[in-house]
Design a protein around this ligand. Structure first.
Ligand SMILES: C[S@@+](CC[C@H](N)C(=O)[O-])C[C@H]1O[C@@H](n2cnc3c(N)ncnc32)[C@H](O)[C@@H]1O
Length: 224
């Protein structure tokens, strides 16, 4: 049994929150080397281009939550003249980002704990990261996204659903690359309610199968 799996099994029955943060952080630190070898394997150009085309400005400031190695999203936006801020709690993933996307300003932190000024970003992305945040913290995080976005700004995020975990609602552990990772999601109908209650317009919601895994890709906008 690896140390990370041992830690998860020890802490699995305690309340989520800091426990989850610590173990996921360790796991992503360990994943960094594998991630490095498999980077660029999946074609994200369609999802990147469709989000970019939908934005009301073609240059601005992007916040990438759970940025990992900064590819392909941060890289794409920097190549299109954007200023990108990336937030991630894994030091090893941020070291990859420093190698591949050195132009990105990075903040090593739990995405639930960072703060920015209102109206600071024209776009926010949370790609393959929001599904690690406990559902009880989603509404507060969506409210922050809303506050930090300029009017007409947009958020693109991936959300886990039954198509990934096998359950309508999920709050638990699922195997990924030999490790047990924490995932959390509501039913899509409850997600739409959260987003509408926050004030967002839902612009698109598509199930996409990329790299053999299906997630819900959601774009929301802040009214202008
Ligand atoms: C599957 S990777 C995705 C990385 C990148 N967005 C991509 O598309 O390649 C998930 C990333 O989210 C980060 N992460 C997960 N939970 C986080 C949290 N609560 N705060 C900050 N980063 C988090 C992990 O460290 C990891 O780098």
């Amino acid at each position: 049994m690896t140390r990370a799996l041992y830690l998860i099994k020890q802490k699995k029955y305690s309340r989520k929150g800091n426990t989850v943060k610590n173990t996921l952080q360790e796991i992503y630190d360990q994943f960094a080397a594998t991630y490095d070898q498999s980077r660029g394997l999946f074609d994200m150009s369609e999802v990147l281009n469709s989000f970019y085309r939908a934005l009301s400005v073609k240059k601005g400031r992007l916040l990438d939550m759970g940025c990992g190695a900064g590819e392909p999203f941060a890289r794409f936006f920097i190549d299109h003249g954007w200023a990108v801020t990336g937030v991630d709690f894994s030091q090893q993933m941020l070291e990859l980002a420093a190698k591949y996307v050195p132009e990105m300003q990075t903040i090593r932190a739990d995405m639930r704990e960072v703060e920015f000024a209102p109206d600071k970003f024209e776009a926010i992305t949370a790609i393959y990261s929001l599904f690690h945040i406990p559902i009880n913290d989603h509404a507060a995080l969506f409210a922050k996204f809303y506050r930090w976005l300029c009017p007409q700004g947009k958020v693109l995020f991936t959300y886990a659903t039954k198509e990934y975990t096998g359950s309508d609602e999920f709050d638990g552990y699922k195997e990924f690359m030999g490790q047990e990772l924490y995932y959390s999601h509501k039913r899509p109908a409850a997600l739409w309610d959260d987003l509408k209650d926050t004030g967002f317009n839902i612009e698109s919601r598509d199930y996409r199968k990329i790299g053999g895994e299906t997630f819900l890709w959601v774009t929301v906008s802040k009214p202008g």
